[in-house]
Design a protein around this ligand. Structure first.
Ligand code: ACO
Ligand code: LMR
Length: 264
């Protein structure tokens, strides 16, 4: 038989050795000939399989809706300040990306983990939220700085609308909405945010599409794939803000003294 020297790297998602590169076994030419989009490419490179159209469309909607949220949010602010310090594109991009985390944009995986844990254990929203409170953990996917009961997040509504029309089941999302109904009794801004909407709906996508085994769903949630959607999406906006500042030839940013409370 064949004898192979042991390798230092194992790779299972793409192969560039043949006449044309393949993503999860699918040659580039088929990707183009079949009119695949970025959602299909994400399916191949992240999930190692082709997913049904409604799933790839959902992925694309997440990317489009999370691409930017104005200049005032943490990520854009960092990229803007970095651009104004005269730094290169990659530095501006990563400086913005580094703000993505448990409070900003990076709560999707934890939202999926906690909503799944609570739903699968049949906790009522009251039991779930109060148990989180006892542990001193804010419910990931709940709460927003500027959105509230009377000024709901349009992105959340659009994602929910799409899923209600196209997904076979939206049980995790419905659970997240019940949690929101309960948290809204506590404070006006404790709405289901875009991280929570994507986290719960991706659980529905994974569980309802018939494309993943239960173990695979658990592995995806455990490893934490879903913050990748926000990172990828928001890179589009952060790059845009960087170009904008450079185009506008904005000078070095210095925060005004008046906006700092100097105290001992
Ligand atoms: N779960 C439970 N209680 C909460 C939550 C939550 N998710 N968020 C706020 N509260 C309550 C707490 O009682 C909090 O008091 P504490 O500081 O003693 O915990 C109180 O509301 C006030 O909190 P603030 O910090 O003033 O709320 P703020 O408006 O600044 O926070 C934030 C917004 C950071 C999004 C917050 O709601 C949170 O941490 N949510 C969970 C993480 C999350 O989902 N982040 C993603 C946001 S969407 C995005 O970034 C794209
Ligand atoms: C975002 O998408 O950046 C936001 O939801 C955060 C914010 O404060 O607007």
């Amino acid at each position: 038989g064949k004898v192979r020297a042991p390798t230092h790297i194992i790779s299972t998602i793409s192969d560039d050795r043949g006449e044309e590169p393949c993503y999860a076994g699918v040659p580039m030419s088929s990707i183009i000939e079949n009119g695949y989009g970025v959602g299909d490419v994400i399916s191949l490179l992240w999930f190692k399989r082709s997913l049904p159209r409604y799933c790839t469309q959902f992925i694309e909607i997440c990317i489009m809706l999370c691409a930017d949220h104005g200049p005032c949010v943490s990520g854009a602010h960092n990229s803007i300040v970095t651009a104004r310090a005269g730094k290169d594109l990659v530095s501006c991009l990563v400086s913005g990306l580094l703000t993505i985390g448990p409070r900003f944009g990076g709560a999707i995986d934890d939202a999926a983990r906690y909503f799944k844990g609570a739903y699968d254990r049949s906790l009522t929203p009251y039991e779930f939220v109060e148990s989180m409170k006892k542990k001193g953990i804010r419910v990931p996917g709940i709460g927003h700085r500027i959105k509230n009961r009377d000024n709901k997040d349009k992105r959340v509504e659009l994602l929910q609308q799409f899923a209600r029309t196209h997904f076979p089941s939206v049980k995790y999302m419905e659970y997240a909405v019940e949690v929101e109904n309960y948290t809204l009794t506590k404070a006006n801004n404790l709405v289901l945010n875009v991280d929570g909407a994507i986290g719960s709906l991706f659980l529905d996508l994974l569980a309802g599409s018939g494309m993943f085994t239960k173990q695979e769903v658990d592995e995806i949630v455990e490893i934490g794939y879903l913050n990748g959607l926000f990172v990828l999406a928001r890179s589009i906006g952060l790059i845009g803000h960087t170009f904008d500042q450079k185009r506008l030839k904005q000078p070095l940013y210095r925060h005004p003294w008046e906006d700092v409370l100097y105290t001992k």
